[in-house]
Structure formats: structure tokens, C-alpha cells
Design a protein around this ligand. Structure first.
Ligand code: ADP
Ligand code: ADP
Ligand code: ZN
Length: 215
């Protein structure tokens, strides 16, 4: 299964992708996670990307496209893949189509998780993640078993620097302006599937599985 996860920041893309990749045994390619890793390691890419991420702006298309292409070619995609956070602009979607063509592949579906702005803010202000394994938590909606520690790694959870109110508001605006046009793009290609993201995590998962005919 070759999937793209679409949706505003905080919609639950990462949460669903974590579960779906395990269920489908396919790799996950998350541009946000790739960039954050590069920032942590202070690579040239990381230094560049940080300037955009910290303000809640998109990393320029040329940098992002290259990263995704590299990862798609390097990753074992025989059984498929899930792209989380890419594409985020129409030119990125066009590049992805070109890459798919070159690899003699096509996307099976684009799942768009819908969530309103007020809910996004509630989710992101209390989002926490494990710096070691990347697992995502929410202090109220999906808390760890032990106070602020990852259930799997026992490592202290972190609060992302770009998950503060003013940056979140900019990210929502950027989403409307740059990413929302992708709905039209993929609707035209007849592969857009929309799911209500304001249900409990389990229910969102079940809706996605039903739409994609996954048992
Ligand atoms: P995205 O990858 O789209 O930015 P995440 O998967 O990181 O979103 O989720 C954002 C926050 O909302 C996290 O704290 C996560 O635990 C929480 N969350 C995800 N899905 C739901 C849901 N269906 N209901 C309530 N909270 C959710
Ligand atoms: P979220 O799902 O919470 O919006 P991500 O982890 O997907 O966050 O992305 C974090 C940041 O990384 C984005 O705000 C943006 O600066 C950068 N980024 C991630 N994916 C892309 C992309 N496809 N194009 C440009 N910038 C990106
Ligand atoms: Zn962990």
C-alpha cells in the first residue's frame, strides 16, 4: 500500500501512521522527523531547515524534494510506504508524481484527516514526544503511563519548540495557504479519502482502515 497522509498540524497524522505502518509492515517516511533529526545532529541540512521550522514556515521545496527522493530510493518500498507530512505544496505533489513515474509506481490513496483550528491548538500545546523512539503522546488525550516518560524507552518526553501558540497559529495559516490546495489536486486524481479526525484515536484508525479495505 502506497499512502500519503494529509492534514493540518496536529490532525493526528503521526499517531495514525505509527499504527498503520506497524499493521501494514511498511516503512514510514516523515519529512518533519527527518528534518528534526538533522537539526539535532546539526548537519548542514539541519542548520538550514531549523530557520524555517522554528518559525512554523515550510522548508523550501528544492531542499525537501531532494530529501524525499533520497529516502524513497533508499528505503525498501516493495510492500509500500506511508508518506507523513509530504507533499505539503502543489509543486511537491508534482515532483512526487514524477518520482512515482520513475519508479514505475503510483499512489494508492491520499488520506486527509480533518480537524478544526481550536482542536489543533488543544492538541499541539499538550503534545509530547519521545526524543529516542519518536512515539507521540498527549498529556490529556493519550498520556504516558508514568509522568512524562516514554512507555517504551523510559526517557523523558519533550515538548517541540514549534508547538507553542504563536508558531502553531502560523503553521495553521501556512497549511491553509500552501497545503490545502492539495485536496483539489488529489480529488482530481480520484485518490483523496477524507476522514473525520475529531474522533478518538481508535475510531479514526478504524475509519481509515475501512476506507482502505484493510482488515
Ligand atoms: P500530526 O502528525 O498530524 O501533527 P500527531 O499525531 O502528532 O499529529 O497528533 C497531535 C497531538 O494530538 C498528539 O499529542 C496526539 O497524541 C494527539 N492526538 C492524535 N490523534 C488524536 C485524536 N484522535 N484525539 C485526540 N488527540 C489526538
Ligand atoms: P506537524 O505534522 O505537526 O505539522 P511535521 O513534523 O510534519 O509537523 O513538520 C514540522 C515542520 O517541518 C513543518 O512545520 C515544516 O517547517 C517542516 N516540514 C515538514 N514537512 C515538510 C514539507 N513537506 N515541506 C516543507 N516543510 C516541511
Ligand atoms: Zn520512546
Amino acid at each position: 500500500m502506497r499512502l500519503v497522509m494529509l492534514g493540518p498540524p496536529g490532525a493526528g497524522k503521526g499517531t495514525q501512521v505509527e499504527i498503520l505502518c506497524e499493521k501494514l509492515s511498511v516503512p514510514r517516511i516523515s519529512t518533519g522527523a527527518i528534518f528534526r533529526d538533522a537539526v539535532r545532529k546539526q548537519t548542514e541540512l539541519g542548520k538550514k531547515a531549523m530557520l524555517y521550522i522554528d518559525k512554523g514556515n515550510l522548508v523550501p521545496d528544492d531542499i525537501t524534494d531532494l530529501i524525499v527522493k533520497e529516502h524513497l530510493l533508499d528505503t525498501d518500498c516493495k510492500k509500500g510506504f506511508i508518506l507523513d507530512g509530504f507533499p505539503r505544496t502543489v509543486p511537491q505533489a508534482e515532483i512526487l508524481d514524477e518520482i512515482m513515474d520513475e519508479m514505475n509506481m503510483s499512489l494508492d490513496a491520499v488520506v486527509e484527516i480533518d480537524v478544526h483550528s481550536e482542536e489543533i491548538i488543544k492538541r499541539l500545546e499538550k503534545r509530547r514526544s519521545c526524543p529516542k523512539c519518536g512515539r507521540i503522546y498527549h498529556l490529556i488525550f493519550n498520556p504516558p503511563e508514568n509522568d512524562n516518560l516514554c512507555d517504551d524507552c523510559n526517557v523523558e518526553l519533550i515538548h517541540r519548540k514549534d508547538d507553542k501558540r504563536e508558531v502553531i497559529l502560523n503553521r495553521i495559516e501556512v497549511y491553509h495557504e500552501k497545503t490545502e490546495p492539495l485536496r483539489g489536486y488529489y480529488r482530481k486524481a480520484s485518490i483523496l479519502k477524507e476522514v473525520d479526525g475529531e474522533q478518538p484515536i481508535e475510531d479514526v484508525l478504524n475509519s481509515i482502515m475501512k476506507m482502505l479495505n484493510i482488515d
